[in-house]
Structures are given as C-alpha cells and as structure tokens.
Design a protein around this ligand. Structure first.
Ligand code: 5RP
Length: 223
C-alpha cells in the first residue's frame, strides 16, 4: 500500500471513535481529509463537527457536515487529527499544515485525542520534522534567535515569496535540528516565550490513541 492508501485506511478506521448523535472534533491535513470523506458517509448519524482550520471547515461544509464554532460546544468526546511525528508516549509534533493553534484549542476541549497517521510518523525522539511554531510577526527574529541558542535552525515559513499568514493572521517559524527528549518540559518552556502563540509540540494535549497505518493493516496504539 502506498502512503495515500495508508492514510485512507486510518481515516476510515477512525469512524469507530465517532459517537452517534454527537459533535466530533476534526483536525487538518491530508490524512484528516480522508477521515472527513469517511465521515461524510455517516453524516446523518452525527450532529456535526468543530473544525481546526478554514481548510477543514470548507471540506466539511462542501460534504454537507454542519460546522459549529468551538465556543458553542462545551466539550467534545473525541478529536481526530493527524500528526507530523508521534512518539511511543503519544506526544506529537504538529503544524505542518500551519493549523497548530486551532488544533491545540480543539484538542483541549476534547476528552480524547485519536491520532491518525501512517507508520512513517512514528519516531523514537521528536524533532526530525522541522518544529512549527506560530508566532506574532513582530517577535519572529527574537524567537528565532532563542531557538538558535537551543541548537536549532529556525526560518519563517514562506508562501508565494512572502511570509505565510495563518488562519489567525500570524506567522509560522519552522525549526530544524532539535532533539526534543522531554516534550512536556519543552512545550512548557517555549510556550512562555513572549510572542509565541502556539508551539507545535503536543505533549499536554497528547494522543490517547493512535491508529497507525502499516503494511499489515491498522495498528492501534494506546497511551
Ligand atoms: C496540520 C497538522 C497535520 O495534522 C500534520 O501536518 C499531518 O498532516 P498530514 O496528514 O497531511 O501528513 O498538524 O497543521
């Protein structure tokens, strides 16, 4: 199976965590797009979704799934999202699709985070994938210098020759060369830096379950 087929496999498998009659938290990315397509086949059995990006909102609405504002929903039973990396504790690096802030918000209002990923995302130590950090634009030079001091190589993410602007009107810094051996401490530390909106380490909002697409089928990891 190729990577696209593995993503479709876990997107379909995630339906088992969707609670009939409820609102489901929906992440962002190519794996989640497969989940959204699968969700559309059972849309009459759910109330709707809370979405983590404009892109996912557009896809959900195009498929006839009602989208609720996160402020309208006190708690979600489940949040389903992909990851750029996940370790054996369920800690993740996320934000490759620049949606990390809203992803962390929807994850925080959900009782359970189900990560859907192909097996290439499972790592021993987080950091091989460049770490996305959403920042207030006026703070980016100072924050990049702080990452350089930690041994990282930080760059502002570009799109069409300009700094990419997130759904929240902010910029993304991508940091290469980090080895994040203590994700909880790292997330707590970087979250304190003035100008950081969200760091793409999800240790406090870690996954409880990962549906991993492998050549042998879907493996369920629990943390
Ligand atoms: C978007 C994310 C995605 O979950 C992550 O980038 C994985 O995406 P994909 O499923 O396309 O590999 O964090 O901000």
């Amino acid at each position: 199976m190729n990577q696209d087929e593995l993503k479709a496999l876990v997107g379909q498998a995630a339906l088992q965590y969707v609670v009939p009659g409820q609102i489901v938290g929906v992440g962002t990315g190519s794996t989640v797009n497969k989940f959204i397509d699968a969700l559309a086949t059972v849309k009459d059995q759910i109330k709707g979704a809370v979405s983590s990006s404009e892109a996912s909102t557009a896809r959900l609405k195009a498929l006839g799934i009602p989208v609720f504002d996160s402020n309208e929903v006190a708690e979600l039973s489940v949040y389903i999202d992909g990851a750029d990396e996940i370790n054996a504790q369920g800690h993740m690096v996320k934000g490759g699709g620049a949606a990390l802030t809203r992803e962390k918000i929807v994850a925080a209002q959900s009782k359970m985070f189900v990560c859907i990923a192909d097996e290439s995302k499972l790592v021993d130590v987080l950091g091989a994938f460049p770490l996305p950090v959403e920042v207030i634009p006026m703070s980016s030079t100072r924050i990049m210098a702080q990452f350089e001091a930690l041994g990282g190589d930080a760059q502002v993410r570009m799109k069409d020759g300009k700094a990419l602007v997130t759904d929240n009107g902010q910029h993304i810094i991508d940091v290469k060369g980090l080895k994040i051996t203590d994700p909880v401490a790292f997330e707590a530390q970087v979250s304190q830096w003035p100008g950081v909106v969200t760091v793409g380490v999800f240790a406090y909002q870690k996954a409880q379950v990962c549906l991993l697409g492998t050549a042998e089928g879907v493996k369920t990891l629990t943390f």
